[in-house]
Each structure stands twice: as C-alpha cells, then as structure tokens.
Design a protein around this ligand. Structure first.
Ligand code: TMP
Length: 216
C-alpha cells in the first residue's frame, strides 16, 4: 500500500543515514520503496539545491529562499513523489514541507500561513502519512555536521551550517512544536542514541505504522 513517510530534524541529526537503513530494511521485508530527498530528488530540483545551499549565496533574502524551496518541491512532487505513490510504493523522503515551516518559518521568521499556502501549492494534496522527527541537542547535531563537512572537505552545501546557534535552536523548538500539534502523524526519535539504537526505533515505529495502516 502506498505510504508517504518523511524524515525531519536539525543538521547532524543522522536522518540521512537512517533513511538508507530503513529503505534496505523495508525492501528486505518485501516492500517496494523509493528513497528521495528535498531540496532535490530530480535533476531540476538538484540544480535549485545547488543554489540554495552554496555558501557563496549568503546574500539570498528569506523570501527568495522560500520560493526556491517551493519551486524545487513542485518539480520533485510532480516528477518523483506522485508517480511513486501512484505505483503503490512506500516513499521515504529526507525532509519535506515541515522543513520549510521549521527553517523559513521558525528560523527565518517568515509568516507561517504564507508558508502553508506555498506548501500546498508546491505539494498539491501530497502530505506525509508519517513523519519521523530526529530530535537531539543542537550542539551535538551541529558538531556532527561540521565534522562531516571537514572530513569530506566539501563546503558546497554549508550555508545553513554557518548560521548561529540561536537559529538552529529556533528550528529545533519549531520542529518540536509542529510535532506536538500533530501527534497522529509525528513520531519523535531520540537522535542522541547510537546509530544502531536509532535504527531499531525507526524500524519499530515504521513497522507499527504500516501494520496499523493495513488494518484500517
Ligand atoms: P539536508 O542537510 O537535510 O540535505 O537539507 C539541506 C538544507 O536545506 C538544510 O539545512 C535544511 C534546509 N531546508 C530548508 O531550509 N527548507 C526546506 O524546505 C528544506 C526541504 C530544507
């Protein structure tokens, strides 16, 4: 049965590692799975991702940033997400509309009602069935993200990692608020645990959800 599952969290929360692991686990259980991410997921949206995350684009104003995320999403939903859901797949998406509310809303201070309107325009009626929020203290997450960047010697995606601690704290608090407002859809994962512990929890909550969905 088609399901749309999104992964959310601050920088360095480990969601990208976990999405790969869950994808393999679900495939081994016989599910058809599509793994994707935002911003990106298809050629046009990947080009927009390059603009959004490049440290040289520090002068980008919040409204331009918001519109670029929406543009990337519109393309990605139409080209990748919608066909996969129509084909009955489980779509695992690394970030989606909640990221825009958390980063451009709580982080940049743009109007939440406006963001919701743009999210609807970009995503159509494709809203997540289940959202896993990888929650951990900002200091730990940023530490991990900066270490990864140093190891990979890759600065082409570091624009958000260079933001202040307060910016990332607003985002963490924003995500927590979004989760509290929609407990039916969100599951909070303690992302300060080991990779293996987190993977067990992710598998458990996802399998519970899929099981419940079949019964409905
Ligand atoms: P990533 O680090 O998970 O690949 O995400 C790229 C960055 O884009 C991350 O810093 C969060 C940011 N982002 C937004 O600000 N708004 C959005 O709508 C999305 C999808 C991501």
């Amino acid at each position: 049965m088609a399901s749309f599952i999104t992964f959310e969290g601050i920088e360095g929360s480990g969601k990208s590692t976990q999405i790969q692991r869950l994808g393999k686990t679900l495939e081994s259980l016989g599910h058809q799975v599509l793994l994707t991410r935002e911003p990106g997921g298809c050629a046009i949206a990947d080009q927009i991702r390059g603009i959004l995350l490049h440290p040289e684009n520090a002068a980008m104003v919040p409204r331009a940033e918001l519109l670029l995320y929406a543009a990337a999403r519109a393309q990605h939903v139409e080209e990748i997400v919608k066909p996969a859901l129509t084909a009955g797949k489980i779509v695992l998406c690394d970030r989606f509309t909640d990221a825009t509310l958390a980063y451009q809303g709580f982080g940049r201070g743009l109007d939440a009602a406006l963001i919701k309107q743009l999210n609807r325009l970009a995503a159509g009626n494709h809203s997540p069935d289940l959202t896993l929020l990888f929650d951990l203290p900002v200091e730990i997450g940023l530490g991990r993200a900066l270490q990864r960047e140093a190891e990979q010697q890759d600065v082409s995606e570091g624009r958000f990692e260079r933001e202040t601690l307060e910016f990332h704290q607003r985002i963490r608090a924003g995500y927590q608020q979004l989760a509290a407002a929609d407990p039916q859809r969100f599951r909070i994962i303690n992302a300060a645990q080991t990779v293996a512990q987190i993977a067990d929890r992710v598998k458990q909550v996802t399998c519970d959800y899929l099981h419940e969905r079949v019964k409905k």
